[in-house]
Design a protein around this ligand. Structure first.
Ligand code: DLL
Length: 438
């Protein structure tokens, strides 16, 4: 392998967007101005918002400070379902340049729209995210997020182009071909879900290719929860830097926030375009920064699909900015309200198990969680592939260590069942980790 033409480095101050250099008070001034515009725009043009604001007895003119956002009603996925497909668009269809939709596990998909201007701003924010990850013009970027109605593929694509880097629009799936093109085209960066990068690394190893030997230097991973332990695993296995990109369709798509290469301490949220809050999911009261709860977003510049206090169901907390001091960070998302397993009174997230699994060297990262009923009690089985290079006894002993650690650190009694290497489904995008068989 030839030495890389340009090593990975964080952007210089001159390379940042002007907003990334703003102080906290400057950002907040910009946010207030944009919040007032958004609230007016939503109230005037989306009947659902007109009705909800009126019911809550709040008018756009009441928004005089950022704190006044707390007076506005929340928006939920149910609101989107109720107005399916286009009822929450705030511009005429002739101004909508693109539609995306997320499949959703049940019922109707969630539909979102973008004006030409929205698409430009989205491209700018993904470009900012990739630049924060150390990617820049002159680099080749292998984009393995799925193209189509999912926002991952086309969202990342536009950002790579806006940055001036070279895009390889691979999309998801066809893992053998992914490996071949990574070998042949020698990309500097890969964009995909963390679980899919694991699948790709395994496919390389299966073909006798050392995953550390490729041209890849950096991966920008998101669209599903993943832990710092998984970051470590992927960085070691592939000899790369792994950065976290966060986003959701309702709020834009990928690039609502991104980690910075120099700190890797959770995504900075691009607060010039989004106003984040964290609330207590039960009382719906806003929580102070630093406290964990449900993440809520208000868009500040979106034309076609403004969202007011959209409840993401993602669990995290807001932290002060580091590499970009004007913008707040979020802690890596530990899970979604919807993924939380309540096992005999104990709440647990799949990421907590991921953390413990990856802490035991003799275990593989390939596991799924199965919920069943044993009599009247719920039971959880961790089905995990044994390590192909270790004896079954060693793997059994490691599985017992996992049982104990889950008991000690999470407080749940679970069963761990070893599977043969390759027995469990592999990720091709967002990984389905939990199977509820109750
Ligand atoms: O997954 C957008 C995206 C694409 C983000 C590519 C990053 C990269 P949705 O399909 O609407 O959009 O799913 C959004 O995925 O509410 C989180 O639960 C989860 N999610 C997204 N990024 C992260 C992340 C895209 N970095 C939902 N860490 C969100 C944890 C994430 N969870």
């Amino acid at each position: 392998m030839t030495a890389p033409a340009s090593a990975l480095r964080p952007p210089t101050v001159d390379e940042l967007d002007p907003e990334e250099r703003m102080s906290r008070p400057e950002i907040e001034r910009l946010q207030l101005e944009r919040l007032r515009w958004t609230v007016q725009h939503a109230y005037r043009n989306v009947p659902l918002y007109t009705r909800k604001f009126d019911e809550a007895g709040v008018h756009p003119d009441d928004i005089r400070s950022l704190d006044d956002v707390h007076r506005l009603p929340f928006t939920t996925k149910d609101d989107l379902r109720e107005t399916y497909p286009f009822g929450m668009f705030a511009v005429p269809m002739s101004d909508v340049a693109r539609i995306h939709a997320s499949s959703g596990t049940t019922g109707r998909p969630t539909v979102v729209g973008y004006t030409r201007g929205d698409l430009d701003r989205w491209g700018t924010l993904v470009a900012r995210s990739l630049r924060a990850s150390g990617i820049r013009r002159g680099m080749k970027v292998h984009n393995a997020y799925g193209y189509g109605l999912f926002t991952g593929g086309l969202g990342a694509h536009a950002g790579i182009e806006a940055l001036g880097a070279t895009v390889i629009p691979m999309s998801g799936g066809q893992t053998a071909r992914q490996v071949q093109l990574i070998r042949d085209f020698e990309p500097d960066a890969i964009l995909c879900t963390p679980s899919y990068l694991l699948t790709i690394a395994d496919a390389m190893a299966a073909q006798g290719i050392d995953p550390r030997s490729t041209s890849l230097k950096v991966a920008v991973l998101g669209a599903e929860p993943w832990t710092n332990e998984m970051r470590h695993e992927l960085e070691q296995r592939l000899g790369i830097d792994a950065l976290d990109i966060f986003g959701l369709s309702e709020v834009m798509g990928p690039g609502v926030g991104n980690e910075c290469l120099e700190t890797k301490d959770g995504p900075h949220l691009w607060e010039d375009h989004f106003l984040p809050e964290v609330i207590d999911g039960d009382t719906l009261q806003a929580l102070p920064d630093g406290e964990r709860g449900e993440l809520v977003f208000t868009s500040l510049t979106k034309e076609a699909f403004p969202v007011i206090r959209y409840r993401t169901r993602d669990i995290t907390r807001l932290l002060p900015g580091t590499a970009r001091p004007g913008m707040r960070r979020m802690e890596k998302v530990t899970g979604r309200n919807d993924d939380m397993i309540i096992l005999r009174g104990v709440n647990l997230f799949p990421t907590q198990i991921e953390e413990l699994v990856l802490g035991i060297e003799q275990l593989t990262p390939h596991f799924i969680l199965e919920l069943t009923k044993e009599g009247r009690m719920d039971a959880l089985t961790v089905r995990i592939e044994r390590h192909p290079d270790l004896s079954v006894e060693t793997c059994e002993a490691a599985a017992q260590v996992l049982v104990q650690r889950i008991k000690v650190f999470i407080g749940s009694s679970v069963a761990v069942r070893l599977e043969e290497p390759g027995a469990l489904p592999r990720s091709e995008g967002k990984y389905k980790r939990v199977y509820d068989l109750r």
